[in-house]
Ligand binder design. Structure first.
Ligand code: F6R
Length: 609
């Protein structure tokens, strides 16, 4: 939810902190700040709003050079997004500065205790409690003071801490929120995410649960929460800093939409060997699948929409009942799960708090958990029994596109894999489906060729205030995603409806010129959706339909505009129909001059409930 960065070394820390914050801004952009350690003490500069406000402020100040600093970009949880609640937070003695990602659940009790002890608070944040608590416990050694303090904290926290009277080191702490250490030449770094350090190093260590690191210019030492030393080694990540650049595109979102064919190839192709789906390290025996009574797919937002498509595909290919649940609901409703249930969690970031909690809930019932995750070493990946990684690379735009598409393709592969194990498919059917999956990247490229048409439709409709997305079965699942894309980046109110359900209430909202986007790709349901389009047209709606070339004429007879897309087996069509939906939302948001990569009130990874 927030981004943390830190530097200790022989150079000036501020340029590194600012470039790192820029890479982390997708994690939250309500405010940004840095704290640097100088001969005069800890200097804290923080500004409400986007990072550029902080950059401008720093340019006006003649800051002394500092070899030690921490920085933060915030998505507000406790307290409004003003300067005073921004991070870093200082203790009242101005000896300790803290940046924090997460939530301290017992902060009120701790705050009351510290106030009784004479501490003066200046913010509404839970983070200030951490700075004050460490200060209260300070015994001349910042490391042992931090150990004492973190053992009193409940909740989730990735922390970067510096201390005026014990300078030259950063203390990094991790519990339930991500934090990495980067190892450089004569300097070391901390960050919430790897791209923030890639301009300097690709040697990183991902802190594990309840680890504390003491990081100086020359050394990095690792401990547990009791203070016992731990061994660790760095990994060399195969990424370069350009993966988190726009590379000539106006927005990350457009770049990521365009990357989808490649991302799908990277995710899918290595898992097809000699015409077979192969999952490494997925060794559940045939008997396990034969006894399987149910599959649960649990996720949030767009990842949940992947699950909604996945239900249709898995049920069709395997006959196993699939239930799809929002992680925030699943975790609190005593789900009916046992060791004959496979729970699949889906998460781009691998750190979504609700999905992580749902995973832990599922494990209480002895269910096996398989996760589809994009970020290696993330908490959801670490705690799952099995992990399928999407190879989407860093996704920077807050609205997901390429991770969604990669997740969907992994679900297809899994469905096919299970259908084979359970002997629910014949060899020819299996090969046909596999060939179709392999074609998805090329078919998406064909859709890109129609972008001009989509842009001109966006031009016709960009002043709308409402939109409805209708579809049936898998088309309905695609509509959910299309509707979410539109509302989150363009701020147009939109709803997705199972097309047959509209007449049970919501059709009362359709009036002259209401935009209805109909997705019509499921061959057996074309006549049904034609009827639904007629119903909304009769009430004055303007209809944009997305359908296959084969159904173009049938659909264009009843619609105002048609976006034709290529054909694949019906069960994979969501991978194609979502592309014009993404592009339409993008073009519309562009015309509405929205901040496409950083929509208001949102953040990329949601590490709070
Ligand atoms: C929407 C979007 C969100 C995420 C959701 C889950 O464009 O990106 O709805 O899909 O917050 O996030 P992850 O996949 O990181 O668990």
């Amino acid at each position: 939810m927030c981004g943390i960065i830190g530097y200790v070394g022989s150079n000036d820390s501020v340029p590194f902190l600012l470039q790192g914050l820029q890479k982390l801004e997708y994690r939250g952009y309500d405010s940004a700040g840095v704290a640097i350690c100088t001969d005069n003490g800890l200097n804290v500069i923080k500004k409400k709003g986007r990072l550029e406000n902080l950059v401008q402020e720093i340019e006006c100040l003649n800051l002394p050079k500092s070899n030690l600093g921490i920085g933060h970009t915030r998505w507000a949880t406790h307290g409004s997004p003003g300067d005073e609640n921004s991070h870093p937070q200082l203790s009242d003695s101005k000896n300790i500065a803290v940046v924090h990602n997460g939530i301290i659940e017992n902060y009120i009790v701790l705050k009351e205790f510290l106030i009784k002890k004479g501490k003066k608070f200046t913010s509404d944040t839970d983070t200030e409690v951490i700075a004050q608590l460490i200060d209260y416990m300070y015994n001349g050694n910042i490391f042992s003071s931090v150990i004492n303090a973190v053992n009193k904290l409940e909740g989730s926290f990735a922390l970067g801490i510096i201390c005026r009277s014990d300078p030259g080191k950063i203390i990094a702490v991790k519990k339930d929120s991500p934090l990495i250490i980067g190892c450089g030449e004569n300097e070391n770094y901390i960050a919430s995410d790897i791209p923030a350090v890639l301009s300097k190093t690709n040697r990183v260590y991902r802190l594990k649960e309840c680890e504390i690191a003491v990081i100086t210019q020359e050394s990095i030492k690792l401990y547990d929460f009791e203070g016992s030393g731990l061994d660790f080694s760095f990994e060399t990540v195969d990424l370069d800093s350009s993966c988190a650049e726009k590379n000539g595109y106006e927005h990350f979102m457009l770049k990521e939409i365009m990357e989808q064919p490649d991302v799908i190839k990277k995710t899918v192709f290595p898992r097809i060997k000699e015409n077979q789906v192969v999952f490494e390290n997925f060794d559940l025996p045939k008997e396990y699948f034969e006894k399987l009574k149910k599959i649960y797919i649990v996720a949030c937002g767009s990842a949940y929409h992947v699950g909604c498509s996945g239900k249709y595909v898995i049920e069709k290919l395997t006959g196993i009942p699939v239930e799809v649940d929002l992680a925030s609901e699943f975790r609190y409703r005593s789900p009916i799960v046992d060791n004959n249930t496979l729970v699949i969690t889906i998460s781009q970031s691998g750190e979504t708090a609700d999905t992580l909690a749902a995973l832990r809930e599922a494990k209480k019932y002895n269910a096996k958990v398989l996760s589809i995750v994009n970020v290696a070493g993330s908490p959801i990946a670490n705690e799952s029994d099995y992990v399928f990684y999407t190879q989407a690379g860093p996704e920077i735009a807050v609205a997901t596109t390429k991770a969604y598409s990669a997740q969907l393709c992994l679900i297809y592969l899994l469905a096919l894999y299970l259908s084979k194990i359970l002997a629910k498919i014949d060899e020819q059917g299996y090969i046909n489906y596999l060939s179709d999956i392999i074609l998805i990247p090329e078919k998406i490229k064909e859709i890109f060729e129609g972008i001009k048409n989509i842009r001109s439709l966006a031009q016709d409709f960009f002043r709308i205030s409402d939109a409805f997305f209708i579809g049936r079965n898998l088309d309905y699942a695609a509509c959910m995603e299309g509707s979410l894309k539109l509302k989150e980046i363009s701020y147009v109110h939109s709803e997705s409806y199972a097309a047959g359900e509209l007449k049970h209430g919501t059709i009362s909202l359709i009036e002259d010129n209401t935009l209805v986007i109909a997705v019509a790709t499921q061959s057996s349901l074309i006549d049904k959706i034609v009827s639904n389009i007629r119903e909304v047209k009769a009430r004055g709606a303007k209809v944009i339909a997305i359908t296959t070339h084969a159904n173009f004429y049938k659909i264009s007879e009843v619609s105002d505009h048609v976006i034709p897309i290529p054909k694949l087996s019906d069960i994979f069509m969501a991978s194609l129909s979502v592309i014009p939906l993404q592009l339409f939302s993008y073009c519309l948001a562009l015309l509405r001059e929205c901040d496409i990569d950083k929509p208001r009130n949102l953040a990329k990874s949601v590490t709070v409930e």
